[in-house]
Design a protein around this ligand. Structure first.
Ligand code: NOJ
Length: 722
């Protein structure tokens, strides 16, 4: 359909038909649509009529080619103008083939594999009839109490931006019209949802506009620069205004300043939530605020369909505003080719071929391998085939390793650790015991586990969080491993055998009680459908761990927020000659996180040369080339993530102690060395000033190169802007 035809379609629509396009309801509202539809339960109580359903523009969470085809065909039979439905769903880290959770993918620092994971997720979802995914989530996160950190790639704006772009490329490909195996991407949650106070979900956010622009907005912006079709609002407030009614953030910044002309959808119920937030007295005021802020689609509440007709009739809302919103939705349908091909990729035959196929599972396994982070290893790993292994713990033989947002993944079909280890070890070398539940521990479990452990050379303890302990509405104030599992570990320690802990979880944990009792720790996160196989290959050294943390692990909850790119203070703790007391510190814990951003061990070791600079003066036209030689000083092949950070020593506003500017992931054979070069330009030194201008300041800088944000070699340079 051509643009002109879209406008003429719009002109044929009644106001009621237009407003119905702005309503999004969940799949259950469409059940029975094939048979003519019927108002039941939620529809009746929400005042949603059959007529509204017949004219609605999109559906949330419907998938399965057969069902989607039936709903779309029934819809087209009833819809007066033959406008197809958009099928939207949360395809976050896989559809049926589940990849590691995004925080784990972040730790891979592997853009190609991240992109491939999104491409595969799109392929599987598209044959099942989905058109749009509510991903990527580009929220920057600093508080591991917040359950949704598992949906983010971490605490760094630059890295999050790189991942956001990779995910968008993977989901969307180059041409949504012709390539029906791709999905339109909806970047979320705009904006700064990751800063929810106290890590409590849906909570208040307040920050300066400068901070917002510097840390929180870049990753959403990167997704849009990559062409993401849609944006979702976040639940939080900023500066006292809930985002779904925030004119400054949505209409002024997103639309006018950034020029975003795609579809903007509210998060689930967020338009009506303007009432409990306390900025709207009733549904009419909520609808008015949201439409004025330029929210096109209202997800799961009904303020628009009920209130907009009267608001237009009494002149509070100009019909042209509704027209703009509808046109954006129609244009998305056009770009997806839905007018010509309303069933798009939905294909029952192909579903059988594509979904959860071997190639997809291999990609999931490979990414899980790259996402695990080795946190400690006192010469226990890798295991050898001949060792007798006691595999103990609530995750020893547990399929709950897919993590939140894996609604279509099958925990039954997930690769569990026990069978994977048994298949890899020599016959009869692995014995399994549950040891404890996730939050429960009995003497019986202990006695059984103890007997198994006493017969073994090495204990592998598979511990972690239930998948409900993170994700949406999964905030926790205590982020230690549940007590039952710490007790199990402590008792195991008394047996005097080497202990390897494998962790399954969705957030950086407080590792108290774990770090002192484990000889090795492998952070496996929620590794997805192929988790067991991936972890096994790492434990046995068939693969070498290469993941690096993208979110700091705190010493304790009292240290949160703790992140690598923080400011210095006027009274830094480690300054030469600093006072012992009157400095910025805790009396009882260090200032540094327990494990810093960028950290991760390998079965080999790497050494870094001093960084070599092409010059010590940078100008606008003369970048600095930084070269460092990295050597594999161990005995096995390994991958290293070489990280480049800078610090602006004196800015117009205070600058972070370190900022990641680039990185390179390299593979080295034993004894091999490689030269890694980065080109650092003046543009990379720019930042938001107090007047919100974006520029660099001449003067002194430091650059740092190293294996993580703490262990670095540094050099000085100057920027001159003559
Ligand atoms: C609420 C969540 O915040 C959002 O991430 C998700 O996309 C929607 N629900 C739709 O399921």
């Amino acid at each position: 359909m051509k643009d002109q035809q879209l406008t003429s379609l719009l002109n044929q629509m009644t106001l009621e038909e237009k407003i119905a396009q702005l309503q999004q309801l969940a799949a259950n509202f469409y059940e029975g649509a094939e048979e003519g539809g019927q108002i039941t339960g939620p529809m009746a109580s929400m005042g949603i009529t059959d007529h509204m359903i017949e004219n609605s523009g999109s559906v949330l969470g419907l998938s399965g080619a057969e069902q989607v085809i039936a709903v779309q065909e029934a819809h087209l039979r009833k819809n007066r103008l033959g406008i197809p439905l958009l099928m939207m769903a949360d395809i976050v880290h896989g559809f049926k083939t589940i990849f590691p959770v995004p925080l784990a993918i972040g730790c891979s620092w592997d853009m190609e594999r991240a992109e491939l994971s999104a491409e595969i997720a799109a392929k599987e979802a598209a044959v099942s009839g989905v058109h749009v995914t509510f991903a990527p989530m580009a929220d920057l996160v600093r508080d591991p109490r917040w359950g949704r950190v598992m949906e983010s790639t971490g605490e760094d704006p630059y890295l999050n931006g790189r991942f956001a772009r990779a995910f968008v490329r993977g989901f969307q490909g180059n041409d949504l019209t012709d390539d029906v195996s791709r999905l339109a991407a909806c970047v979320k949650h705009f904006a700064a949802y990751g800063l929810s106070e106290g890590g409590r979900d849906y909570n208040t956010v307040d920050l300066s506009e400068r901070q917002l622009r510097e840390y929180y907005l870049p990753a959403y912006r990167a997704a849009l620069d990559e062409g993401a079709e849609m944006v979702m609002t976040s639940f939080n407030t900023i500066d006292g205004i809930p985002i779904s009614g925030n004119v400054k953030l949505l209409r002024q910044l997103l639309r006018e300043e950034w020029g975003f002309d795609g579809v903007l959808i509210s998060d689930w119920g967020a338009v009506k939530e303007l009432i409990p937030h306390g900025v709207a007295e009733d549904e009419a005021e909520a609808a008015l605020k949201a439409i004025k802020a330029s929210v096109d689609i209202e997800m799961m509440t009904e303020c628009y369909v009920h209130q907009l007709p009267a608001l237009v009739a009494d002149g509070q809302v100009d019909e042209s505003i509704i027209d703009e919103a509808v046109l954006r939705i129609l244009k998305l349908k056009q770009r997806l080719g839905l007018f010509e091909n309303p069933l798009r990729g939905a294909d029952i035959e192909k579903e059988r071929e594509v979904i959860f196929c071997e190639a997809h599972r291999t990609a999931a396994r490979e990414l899980a391998v790259k996402s695990c982070v080795l946190l400690k290893n006192d010469q226990v790993l890798p295991l050898t085939t001949e060792q007798r292994i006691a595999l103990i713990g609530p995750f020893a033989n547990n399929g709950d390793i897919l993590g939140p947002w894996s609604w279509l993944g099958s925990t039954e079909e997930a690769s569990r650790l026990a069978p994977a280890l048994e298949a890899r070890a020599a016959a009869g070398k692995v014995t399994v015991a549950e040891g404890s539940g996730i939050e429960s521990f009995t003497e019986e479990q202990w006695l059984e586990a103890k007997a198994v452990a006493l017969e073994a050379d090495v204990i592998v303890l598979a511990l972690g969080e239930h998948s409900d302990m993170s994700g949406e509405a999964g905030s926790r104030s205590d982020i230690c491993l549940p007590e039952a599992q710490r007790e199990l570990l402590q008792r195991m320690k008394t047996l005097g055998k080497p202990i390897v802990v494998v962790l399954f979880n969705g957030r950086p944990l407080d590792l108290s009680g774990v770090i002192e009792n484990a000889d090795a720790i492998l952070e496996a996160w929620f590794p997805g459908s192929e988790g067991g196989a991936a972890i096994t290959s790492l434990l046995y050294g068939d693969e070498n761990p290469s993941g690096r943390l993208t979110m700091s692990f705190p010493v304790s909850v009292g240290q949160i927020p703790v992140y690598y790119n923080h400011f210095n203070t006027g009274r830094p703790l480690h300054a030469p000659g600093a006072d012992k007391r009157y400095v910025s510190q805790y009396l009882d814990i260090p200032n540094e996180p327990f494990l810093p951003f960028g950290f991760g061990l390998s079965y080999t070791t790497f050494s870094y040369s001093e960084p070599n600079l092409s010059g010590e003066i940078m100008t606008k036209d003369q970048p600095i080339k930084v070269t460092v030689t990295v050597t594999n000083t161990g005995n096995v092949q390994g991958e290293e993530v070489v990280q480049l950070y800078i610090r602006d020593i004196s800015g117009e506003v205070v600058r972070p102690m370190k900022e990641l500017k680039d990185f390179a992931k390299i593979s080295l054979s034993p004894g091999e060395c490689k030269e890694v070069s980065f080109t650092l330009t003046e543009a990379q030194l720019r930042y938001y000033h107090s007047d919100l201008s974006f520029s660099s300041d001449p003067g002194q800088f430091k650059l740092f190169v190293g294996p993580n944000s703490q262990e670095v070699k540094e050099r000085d340079f100057r920027l001159t802007l003559a």
